[in-house]
Design a protein around this ligand. Structure first.
Ligand code: MSP
Length: 501
């Protein structure tokens, strides 16, 4: 089976990465790690979108040669992914030759088959979102200036010779594809918006610029550079050159760029005769302390500020727990601190340290060598939750999967309180051993479930619980078989999540 191929948007490099970029990339990493944990190879692609007017302007403002500016800012993203424990399998930059060649190749195919033709574009352009805006969609400022509907910034009036892509021709095929493949666009409420949009009919789109020099030249007509979005979308395919990766299993994108991925990209692929991705998933947007992230408010949150205070895993956890994937939500310090203390420090951290401490104290840090086979609670209440978690993960319902995991974590805490192994140690040592054995197996499994979300926490949990080798025991069978690697000394480690005040 070919690797499960998951992508993030390629990010604009005119500004430093913030929590919104981190969100998408963490989600994609969690999905890739989850897939690998189930024994299927996964391939995670991310990268940077480096052409177009916005980047050209930003480089000029920074007083740098454009490519030097790109090198500098692109590496900030790459460094951040390392810091956040994200494991990309490839990192594509649109200024790389391997990408530029493929963009020209695809553009030529569309020129040859007649879907790309020359004309003239007269209309509005939004540099912030690098998109052509219909006059009817523009917003009029009190002074009568036309503003971009998403960016709120003044629009440029363009009058240029351009190449058009016959998007209009693909409306019927797109609609047929959406209908025949109900999971292609997700979540459903956003899919419906696209459906209505396409049902309203599509117009051909401009796909080249003559005034923008920082771009890939149109094959055979170097006065034109290829429109930055046309160029950018192709990254998902260009990165797979020489592999069997295409088509992608899922493109994860923010809701504001869903249309590009749900309408234009599939139409481009149809025109080129290439297979379509299996799914495009549009997640929602974070506000910060109740407000939209914006330059004018200067409220972009740097992921480093959060990880410095709470750690990488707490950020990964919070982003995927707080806001159901697909919905909008708010990022606030208060909400983060609350979840950190209640769920990470109390529910999870305390449980791990209590259990490991008791095994150390009452069983000399070792599980019985002949495992008792009636892992009562583990079997009846813990292991059987694995399919539920897997289903939610496969549906990109990250917060739902974490809800289930926390349900189990809380039930394990309740069990510790109810069984009171510290009492059993005096009155019924055999029973004490059984209860602790059951708890350790359960917690090892919880560690396995958490591994994609919080890889270093999961590793620490496993270390404390005597798991000495990977792959970690993920299934009931592994644990019941008392796998050799699971027999290391069990002892309390450093506090996983020190409480915050
Ligand atoms: N370069 C284009 C994408 C091209 S893909 C072929 C682009 N880049 S971007 O730098 O603006 O990144 C947009 C993406 O960043 C969003 O789609 C989303 O994944 C993420 N986010 C940016 N702000 C965000 C929030 N406030 N909340 C959640 N995600 C956000 O668009």
């Amino acid at each position: 089976m070919k690797p499960y191929y998951v992508t993030t948007p390629i990010y604009y490099i005119n500004a430093a990465p913030h929590i919104g970029h981190a969100y998408t990339t963490i989600a994609a990493d969690v999905l890739a790690r989850f897939t690998r944990g189930r024994g299927r190879a996964a391939f995670l692609l991310t990268g940077t979108d480096e052409h177009g007017q916005k980047i050209e302007d930003a480089a000029k403002a920074a007083g740098k040669h454009t490519i030097d500016f790109c090198d500098m800012t692109s590496s900030q993203f790459r460094e951040l992914w390392k810091h956040l424990d994200i494991l990309p399998d490839d990192y594509i930059r649109t200024t790389e030759k391997r990408h530029e060649d493929k963009v020209q190749e695809l553009f030529s195919i569309l020129m040859k088959n007649g879907d790309v033709y020359k004309g003239k574009y007269e209309g509005l352009y939004d540099v912030v979102s690098e998109s052509f805006v219909k006059e009817s969609d523009a917003i009029k400022s009190p002074k009568g200036i036309l503003l971009g509907p998403d960016s709120g910034k003044p629009l440029q009036k363009l009058s240029e010779e351009t190449y058009f892509f016959k998007l209009s021709k693909y409306a019927p095929r797109l609609l047929a594809h959406y209908k025949a493949n109900p999971g292609f666009l997700a979540p459903a409420h956003r899919a419906n918006e696209i459906l209505r949009f396409v049902e309203g009919g599509l117009e051909d789109i401009s796909v080249s610029r003559t005034k923008v020099k920082w771009g890939i030249p149109v094959p055979g007509d170097p006065d034109h550079t290829i429109y930055v979005w046309f160029d950018a979308l192709i990254n998902y395919w260009s990165a797979t050159a020489g592999t069997d990766l295409w088509p992608a299993d899922v493109h994860i994108v923010g809701k504001e760029i869903f249309r590009f991925h749900a309408v234009i990209w599939p139409a481009m692929l149809m025109s080129a005769g290439l297979p379509l991705p299996k799914q495009v998933f549009a997640h929602g947007w974070w506000t910060i302390e109740g407000q939209k992230m914006s330059k004018s408010l200067g409220n972009f949150i740097s992921p480093y500020d959060i990880t410095q205070e709470f750690g990488v895993d707490a950020l990964r956890y919070f982003l995927l727990r707080e806001m159901p994937f697909g919905n909008d939500g708010d990022f606030s310090k208060a909400a983060l601190t609350k979840r950190y203390n209640a769920e990470l420090a109390n529910d999870l951290g305390n449980l791990v340290s209590r259990v490991s401490e008791m095994v150390d104290k009452f069983l000399g840090g070792r599980l019985p060598t002949k495992p008792p086979l009636d892992l009562d609670f583990y079997t009846t209440s813990v292991a059987k939750r694995t399919p539920e978690i897997s289903e939610k993960m496969a549906a990109l319902d990250f917060s739902g999967a974490l809800d289930t995991i926390w349900d189990v974590v809380r039930s394990l805490n309740a069990r510790v309180n109810e069984k009171a192994p510290w009492k059993l140690a005096k009155t019924d040592p055999k029973q004490c051993e059984l209860v602790l054995f059951d708890l350790v197996c359960s917690l090892r499994l919880v560690g396995g479930w958490l591994d994609p979300f919080m890889p270093s926490t999961a590793a620490k949990i496993h270390m404390q619980l005597g798991v000495r080798a990977f792959p970690v025991p993920l299934t009931a069978e592994d644990v019941l078989a008392g796998k050799k690697e699971s027999t290391g000394l069990i002892q309390k480690g450093p506090v996983l999540f020190p409480r915050k005040v």
